[in-house]
Structures are given as C-alpha cells and as structure tokens.
Design a protein around this ligand. Structure first.
Ligand code: MN
Length: 305
C-alpha cells in the first residue's frame, strides 16, 4: 500500500506542487508514495501544471488506515475528515503549528519560511537528490506564488535563494516575469461564480470556540472587484450560514499597491475591527501593507478571539 502525500483542503499551488515534489523525493529515497489532492485545482495551479507538462494529482479525501505525509498544513480544520484514523509519517509546513497530533513519532520539517516548497528544496539538498527540470520549474512557481514574487512579509532569504537555484535547474532566466504572468492568470475573475471566488483560496480556523473562514484573492488591480463586491458579500453570507461559521473574512489583495481590502461578514465585527486596530465602513477596510493571511491576519484574530 503506498503512502499518500497531500496538502490542505482547497489546495493552492504550494499544496499541489509540494505533494508532487515531495512524492518524487520520497520515491527516490525508496519509499512508495503517491501525491494526491483534497480539492479542485485552481486556475493558477492549472497554469503551472500545463506549463511544465505535469498531470494533476488524483483526488482523494479519505485516508482511514493509510499512511500519509502532510504538506503545507497541520490544522485539523484543513484535513480530511478521517485524518485521526490515518498514520501521519511526517509534516512539511511553514505555517503556525496546528492542532494535529500523532500516536507515533514522525518526521517534521516545519520552518518559518515563505513556502513549503522552499523546505522541500532543502530536503532534496539534505538527501543529495537531483531535482528534475520540470519539478524544479513548478517548485519555483509555487515559491513565487506564496511569496507574491518576494513582496510578502513572509518571504525570507532562504526563499529567494531556493528560487535562484530552482530557476537555474529549470533553465528559466526571467523568473520574476514568469511570476507576473502567473499573477495575471490569477487575476482572471471571469468564468468563476462569486462563491467560487470566495472559496478559491479559503481556509477554516478554530479560534477559541469560534469557527472562522478566511479567503484571499490576489490580483494585479483591485478595481477588478468593483462590480462584483456586493455579490462576494452575498456569497460570504451564505457560506457563513452553511458552514456554521461565526465569521467569514475575505482579503482582496492588490499585489501592486501592496495592501488588502478586507471584507467581513461576522457576528462579531467589532472584535475583528479591534483586532486590526481599525474601524470598518460598510463591513470593509483597506489594510495598507497587509499581504499575508498567515502572518498579518491570523495571529491578530487568534489574539482577539
Ligand atoms: Mn504554502
């Protein structure tokens, strides 16, 4: 029986590419592993897979009785429903430590860098395994995505160093231009319903006794949202009710202006405003300099709730 490797629910490029890259490494090291995904492929990831001629991992969301590696998360809220019945052999992640626990010792590569793929690059180096050209190109894209082409406050020297080395292996010289091309793809809001947009990069968190869902859309021009903002609010409202959540937040991040418009649907709007030391107008506020959900949103909400 193979070991399955997968990222969080509503997978982003880091989760999908991370599973592919880690699976290749583990297989080289003599383990039998298969990369899978817990959700649909988003347009940015589809662009990356197509560019490097890779297939999407198969969908699988039940792992009772199986062995698994987790990539890019350690929160039960972002796990398959039966994660407690799986044997977790290892975690590769760059988020806050979540609430997953294990009954047996595990391999942990958890480091405060900008992307899980940066850590996977370091794992290849540690084990002295060569990265194939196509996988290097995809890992490069995942890091450019997670670090918003090095603009995110989560980006570290290790991420830029990993990108340089991966770009060399992938034989891509203008990799910042490739990053921009990727974000233009990401900025395409057509062909998606407001609900799909809210859920495109969406994570649930448990804070105190509250369930809080936080989505993020990164675009090259915030005015793209002008005509659909009301529809986004409506979609957030219904997702709040359906998911029995206390709050839904949506970050509309402008990667050129380097800030985010925060939309809030919550029973506790005052607590959320307080968390960011601001006031909301019509359930929204511009947060200058805020680009990272992980570093600039979640910790403040954790404190407030
Ligand atoms: Mn990530």
């Amino acid at each position: 029986m193979p070991t399955y490797i997968f990222g969080h629910t509503t997978p982003d490029s880091d989760s999908i590419i991370g599973a592919i890259a880690l699976s290749y490494l583990k297989n080289k090291l003599g383990e039998e592993t298969v990369a899978v995904r817990q959700g649909e492929i988003n347009p940015e990831t589809a662009f990356i897979l197509e560019k490097f001629g890779a297939d999407a991992p198969a969908f699988k969301d039940s792992f009772a009785g199986e062995s698994v590696y987790l990539v890019d998360f350690s929160d039960i809220a972002q796990s398959p429903k039966d994660i407690k019945e799986a044997t977790i052999l290892g975690i590769v992640d760059h988020h806050k430590l979540g609430d997953i626990t294990t009954a047996t010792p595990l391999e942990c590569w958890i480091r405060p860098v900008g992307c899980s793929n940066t850590i996977i690059k370091q794992m290849y180096d540690y084990h002295e395994v060569a990265i194939p050209q196509d996988i290097a190109g995809m890992m490069l894209c995942a890091i450019l995505s997670d670090t918003v082409i090095f603009k995110s406050p989560t980006c570290t020297k290790e991420d830029t160093k990993a990108c340089k080395e991966l770009a060399k292996i992938a034989q891509i010289e203008e990799y910042k231009a490739l990053g921009m091309e990727m974000f233009v793809v990401k900025s395409n809001l057509l062909n998606a319903t407001p609900r799909e947009l809210v859920l495109r990069d969406f994570k649930d968190f448990t804070m105190g006794d509250k369930r809080i869902g936080i989505g993020q859309l990164e675009v090259v021009d915030l005015s793209l949202f002008d005509t659909i903002k009301e529809a986004l609010f409506e979609a957030m409202e219904s997702l709040k009710v359906e998911g029995e959540r206390d709050s839904i937040l949506l970050l509309l991040t402008d990667i050129m202006q380097e800030g985010s418009q925060l939309l809030v649907v919550s029973d506790e709007e005052a607590t959320i405003a307080q968390a960011f030391d601001t006031t909301l107008t019509s359930h929204q506020v511009w947060l200058a300099g805020v680009m990272s959900r992980k570093k600039q949103i979640v910790p403040f909400l954790e404190k407030a709730f």
